[in-house]
Design a binder for this molecule. Structure first.
Ligand code: FUC
Length: 807
């Protein structure tokens, strides 16, 4: 046995690439950005292309955004809003929209519709003579969070390992090695797409390595009338063993070294969303000297430890990796079109872990910003939708996997954004609506704008604050952290306060409604605009917010302090419109039965109640649950990336594993990223060769939505019990998942064989009653079965409980 283990260990050393469980492996360098591989530590992000002759790493720093601190509200909005409301109630929808666009939405002088997130620039490492190479491979190692590029030139094997270390050092480090001494020769320089950048070289202190340090100085862009005021400074230096090192005019040159490590840092003047008085030069210097003093090996050791602390909490085994030697772009290409005798289940497991990887790399607890529309990876000065935060689903979707996939702390930058939007959102509620509380519309950015932007038909949607508050409440449900709940209670209460003062009585239907509101970006059949009153999603969001605030107040013992407000919430709750089933058995998206069975719009917002919320349940509301299914069937499957991610979650909640899996196939359909050059057909959502989600273009929410959906297929926790394997597709015959987290604070492992649960482990974090449901009958010590087929387990904090399937 010992001999076998030793052989495996030595084989692994030789073939380390093949001993990694989850990785994205390729046999060609990247030609396009969506073939390059992402690394990140929340502050810095890099896209590694892996070209031998000229390595290209595109670089981001999380605080480089166009513009400057601001918040814009149209001063005429307060007076115009009651008129817009009146026109909607009179059925004059077009007039309502015109008035809103003229008086409520940003004025022509305030062209600001939110600022774009912008790149820092690019690093190039030129290695003379490396244009002709053999034995090429590159990969992203998800188990250890690094990229490796390996190839041979003239009998010498070269390797580049790149990390964006976690653990507090905001740097990107690239280690270049070769199989023979004295072979590392290159020049390295930084460039930037920003205007008027300064590039040069500065002397280094002796402790900071040899040669000079290259720098790049710039300032973020002007956009929509707002001057860019984010100053940034990048620094780069090298630590080389042997050889000659020199540097001038921003170019670092290394000749004949045995090995070398390049370090790159970026500092900015952004201290907070409202303070840009920081010192970018000082910050970049501190970041660089701190990382270099530590050295590559120590940085990497700390990085790996910190990364694994998050990553190793969850494992997913859907079977062996039968196609490990097929490049990832080919695997994705085959996945949805070829019906292999052996399905590429490992690809789905890799996609799931890639989603967790992306969250770890783009949303660290000490970040200024949460993961934006592209996480932290963006190479464009004016990316689609500014790569900012769309709060009518996209920002929230980024955080759907956080709790269930055991990455709870990574919510922190989202919670920070909520705290900051709360500050600006109180002003917007007062200036725009003339009420207390806070409001956030459908977009925000690094400057935490909270007013409406774009056109009324998409932007006049006052539900962002309320939706984000569900993440606060959910965090409590998963962690049981009452200190957290107490801290955020005022934010939840004030989100509700906004609605207690703005809900209005519908003149004909008598319900209390949000008006103007809209089912995001989408109007009912026959209506000239999405602007409406009492749309289903608004009713669901308000219902959920009020219910959670009342519940939180009870838990915190605040009922006494806020009696009148809480009783107002209770009485308003009873006057909100109920969910309705329409003429073709669908769940109505609007107060009127306007749903078109042919409608395949990417947003299906009325199903918010099914997922992410849990107002629609097969047990509590079977009729609505059936109606939700009818609606989703009519909406169809193929859509934009994020819409398909959401559909995976929704089909899982409809307990249909086969349909959820069909959506995973639709999502894991290769998107030709050379479309602009070679494309002849209309683009659809899917997955790029580097596994990034394609809206198209790249939008990270689809990755996160689908990751959450895969978890939801394996375990669900609402309605008071944990449902083990609720939506397992037949293709995942045997497998195991370890470390998913259920509401109530239970960590769950599940093993299954032939589609039947064989074993489950419950680790109780805080004790209490744990209720389980399973399609396979369960047995286990202390397990009691109720008449409804639910099993009850009384748990103690810190204890582990094993149950088995009765096969
Ligand atoms: C919403 C969606 C779009 C896109 C954008 C960022 O507006 O309707 O599809 O995802 O956000």
């Amino acid at each position: 046995m010992r001999k076998i283990i030793l052989t495996i260990i030595s084989l692994c050393t030789v073939l380390d690439a093949w001993c990694i469980e989850y990785r994205l492996w390729y046999d060609q360098p990247a030609q396009t950005w969506t073939q390059a591989l992402p690394i990140g530590n929340g502050v810095m992000g890099g896209m590694v292309f892996g070209t031998p002759a000229v390595e290209h790493i595109q670089l981001n720093e999380e605080t480089i955004w166009a513009g400057q601190p601001n918040n814009v509200v149209n001063p005429n909005a307060k007076e115009a809003l009651p008129k817009v409301r009146q026109l909607i109630f009179e059925g004059k929808y077009k007039e309502a929209q015109d008035l809103a666009n003229a008086q409520v939405m940003p004025r022509a002088v305030d062209k600001n519709m939110g600022m774009p997130y912008q790149p820092f620039g690019d690093l190039y490492i030129a290695m003379p003579g490396h244009a002709n190479y053999t034995n090429y491979e590159r990969w992203l190692d998800l188990d250890n969070s690094k990229t490796v590029v390996r190839y041979t030139v003239d009998g010498v094997q070269y390797e580049r390992e790149t990390i964006a270390p976690l653990g507090g050092h905001h740097v990107i480090a690239i280690r270049l090695t070769a199989s023979q001494k004295g072979k590392i020769t290159f020049t390295a320089n930084m460039t930037s797409p920003h205007e008027n950048v300064l590039v040069g070289s500065l002397p280094l202190a002796p402790s900071e390595g040899r040669g000079n340090c290259s720098y790049l100085l710039g300032v973020s862009g002007k956009h929509e009338g707002l001057k860019g005021k984010v100053r940034f400074m990048g620094r780069m230096a090298v630590d080389a063993k042997g050889g000659k090192v020199s540097g001038s005019n921003g170019i670092i040159s290394v000749v004949g070294a045995d090995e070398a490590t390049l370090y790159i840092t970026v500092g900015t003047n952004v201290k907070s969303y409202k303070d840009i008085m920081g010192d970018e030069a000082q910050q970049s210097k501190e970041r660089l000297s701190g990382a270099m003093a530590m050295g590559y090996e120590a940085l990497k050791a700390l990085h790996t430890k910190t990364y694994k602390h998050y990553y190793d909490r969850v494992s997913l085994d859907l079977g062996p990796d039968h196609y490990a030697k097929v490049p990832m772009n080919k695997r994705i290409e085959r996945f949805s079109v070829v019906s292999d005798f052996v399905a590429d289940n490992h690809l789905v497991a890799t996609y799931f872990q890639f989603g967790r990887y992306l969250l770890i790399c783009s949303s660290q607890p000490d970040n200024m910003n949460p993961a934006n529309l592209q996480g932290i990876w963006n190479d464009k000065m004016f990316p689609s939708w500014d790569s900012k935060y769309t709060t009518n689903i996209n920002l929230e979707m980024n955080y759907w996997p956080a709790e269930v996939c055991n990455l709870s702390e990574l919510n922190e930058p989202l919670f920070k954004l909520i705290r900051e939007c709360y500050e600006q959102g109180k002003e917007t509620a007062r200036d725009m609506y003339g009420v207390d509380g806070w409001v956030l519309h459908h977009n925000t950015d690094q400057w935490r704008i909270t007013g409406p932007v774009d056109r009324a038909q998409t932007g006049l949607w006052p539900m962002g604050a309320a939706w984000l508050c569900r993440h606060l409440w959910e965090h409590y449900l998963y962690t049981g952290d009452k200190v957290f709940l107490r801290q955020y209670f005022p934010i939840m209460l004030d989100a509700a306060r906004f609605f207690t003062q703005t809900l209005v009585k519908h003149p004909t239907k008598g319900y209390l409604v949000v008006c103007p509101g809209e089912s995001p970006e989408h109007g009912g059949k026959g209506r000239p605009t999405p602007l409406d009153a009492g749309v289903t999603m608004d009713n669901q969001i308000v219902t959920e917010l009020y219910t959670n605030v009342i519940e939180a107040a009870k838990i915190l013992g605040f009922d006494g302090n806020h009696t009148s407000h809480l009783s107002l919430l209770t009485s308003q709750l009873a006057q909100l419109p109920p969910m309705q089933i329409g003429r073709w058995g669908q769940l109505q998206e609007w107060l009127d039965d306007l749903d078109d069975p042919k409608d395949d719009h990417r947003h299906f917002s009325h199903l918010y109640g099914l997922y992410p919320s849990n107002q629609i349940s097969p047990i509590r509301t079977p009729e609505l649950w059936k109606a939700a299914r009818t609606s989703l069937e009519a909406r169809g499957d193929v859509s934009t990336g994020w819409s398909m991610g959401w559909k995976v979650c929704s089909w899982a909640r409809l307990l249909d594993g086969e349909h959820a899996y069909k959506l995973i196939k639709d999502q894991l359909t290769l998107t030709a990223d050379t479309f602009l050059i070679f494309g002849t057909v209309k683009q659809r959502g899917g997955t790029y060769p580097n596994m990034f989600d394609a809206h198209p273009p790249f939008q990270i929410d689809g990755n996160f939505g689908c990751t959450a959906g895969i978890a939801e297929m394996l375990m669900q926790s609402y309605d008071g019990f944990i449902y083990l394997l609720p939506a397992l597709p037949s293709v995942w015959k045997d497998g195991s998942v370890k470390g998913l987290v259920a509401r109530g604070g239970f960590e769950i492992d599940i093993d299954w064989k032939d589609g039947k649960l064989t074993k489950a482990v419950v680790r109780s974090r805080h004790g209490g009653i744990c209720q389980l449901r399973s399609n396979t009958p369960l047995k286990g010590k202390g397990l009691k079965r109720s008449k409804q087929g639910i099993y009850t387990l009384s748990t103690k904090a810190g204890q582990e409980y094993i149950v088995r399937g009765e096969l």
